[in-house]
Design a binder for this molecule. Sequence first.
Ligand code: HEC
Length: 130
Amino acid sequence: MPFAALLLFAAVPAVVHAQAAATPASKLYTEVCSACHATGVANAPKFGDRAAWAPLIKEGQAVLTAHAWVGVRGMPAKGGRPDLSLEAFSGAVAHMARAAGGDWKEPDAAMLARIRAEEAKRIAALKAKK
Ligand code: HEC
């Protein structure tokens, strides 16, 4: 069964929904992410810090968003908010990347599918390490 195809179908209605009930990325950043990313708690890359974000932006939107979504070191999965949708979360990542000079757009359905694919890869890689 093509798993990625399933994910794609799951992602499309969610995007439509996210647009209908718009949670602006900047608002989500302020409410959730800024708790750590404004001051750099536990070495979180600071908002607007181009030097800190340059290597992260280089990883690419799909890979970086997926890694942050799954959680990496001090970065809790989903920013510590398990109720967040991937759409909302990835919008906040793009918002932070733009603030540090990246040219990242709000993810569309194709980008969300790529993020889901990277998420699956990341989870598999983490499992293999255990
Ligand atoms: C509890 C603190 C905390 C919160 C809240 C938080 N982060 Fe983070 N974040 C971190 C830390 C710490 C790192 C650095 C992890 C590392 O590389 O060691 C990080 C790293 C990241 C990275 C880079 C990941 C990588 O692969 O290096 C992204 C992207 C990110 N956060 C996005 C977000 C978004 C979006 C939100 C809000 C929805 C958020 N964070 C909320 C602590 C937090």
